[in-house]
Design a protein around this ligand. Sequence first.
Ligand code: PHE
Length: 465
Amino acid sequence: SAGAHAPSADRGAFRGRTAFIFAAIGSAVGLGNIWRFPAVAYDNGGGAFILPYLVALLTAGIPLLFLDYAIGHRWRGSAPAAWRRFKRWTEFIGWWQVLITLIIALYYALILAWALNYTVFSLDQRWDSHPKGAAGFFGEYTQALEGADVDISFDYVPTVLISMLIVWVAVIVVMALGVQKGIAGASTIFIPLLVIMFVILVIRSLFLPGAFDGLDAFFRPNWGALLNPSVWIAAYGQIFFSLSVAFGIMLTYSSYLKKKTDLTGSGLVVGFANSSFEILAGIGVFSALGFMAQAQGVRVDEVVSAGIGLAFIAFPTIISEAPAGALIGVLFFGSLILAGFTSLISIVEVVIAAVQDKFGLGRVSSTLWVCVPIAVVSTVLFSTTMGLPLLDVMDKWVNEYGIVAAALVSSLIVAYVVRGMPTLRDHLNFRGTFHIGRWWYACVAIIAPLVLAFSLVGGTIQLVT
Ligand code: PHE
């Protein structure tokens, strides 16, 4: 492939299927599993949410995962290179995915840096000394990023900068080690460690007073919710984000697999492992929230939160109130770091692989060319006043538009414009444990595009009104 894509030095490869599965689970299991799923399920029918969730997993998540695998594995390249080999003019989809992952990398690393700081803060629970508690403390902590003139009790700015540096040095070391030693190596160590830490956290939380009130709130089914279309859209949204489909990640990872690999069997393992972790996280988070509600004498629904608020305000409060809270803090923030790190490297890999394929660079130089600028921009961006509002905007744009558009455009182009489904199906069936056929067509060509179009339109309406 001369011309636009210079042949790369050595692309690297996964040693086998297990290495790939660990890397893929590492990407899928991320912040979204821990801080997004529990609140989404709770808000959308509680126990009843399991039905739309499973339907979304089987009719869109796993089918689109197979699509990612098939394109990456059949055309063996980074996102732009693989799309280009699929059909020359579809290269733009790959660059769109590179843009999205680049943007995510900018703020994902910051959240990891916070989690690193908060692991240490959990030891002395220093937010207790703030007059407005954990919420006030977090406000000051992030404001200090702007260099604002606030009364702070220790040096926050260097604290965050040091953590940012640690995160990026770790990312660069892992990525420079390459696909097998770096990506698969880190995931094979971190994912089992994450599971062990998280299971201990869940068990600890289950024994907190009030835990069962939390679980009751979480699992209590509201069957009426199933009649609400927005509940179904939420289920599909959660599945897309959670499985990291259409980001170019799974496409890139599968390009490093040996030619003769069972792709469909691997996809099922990844899909179900990710959902199991998600449900486990729901149990842990809601046990802890149940405890928090009881400690404060309020109802569970008054303490439910998600995302940054859950991790950096609710959990610090729980850590202060619970016996042996420091242990909960280390387990919780440690889990966030492990889950987030293995996702961050998968995000960065999309960009590194694209640069490597495009310019024919070696692994180490493409790692440096990609990571150093992202690290610098990310650090500078979030040390200014624009930082936090920008994080919000980027997160919304990526999840509500960027990724929905990427998934929609790629499924439509593959199914209707290029008509590539038969080739891809044959490729998947070549070594797969089970054969896929008409149902896969229906999911990729009809169900997924319909849901994606709905959410794109719905999101736009919400934005306008
Ligand atoms: N799938 C990850 C999660 O559930 C998030 C993620 C999104 C990872 C985008 C990579 C890219 O948290």
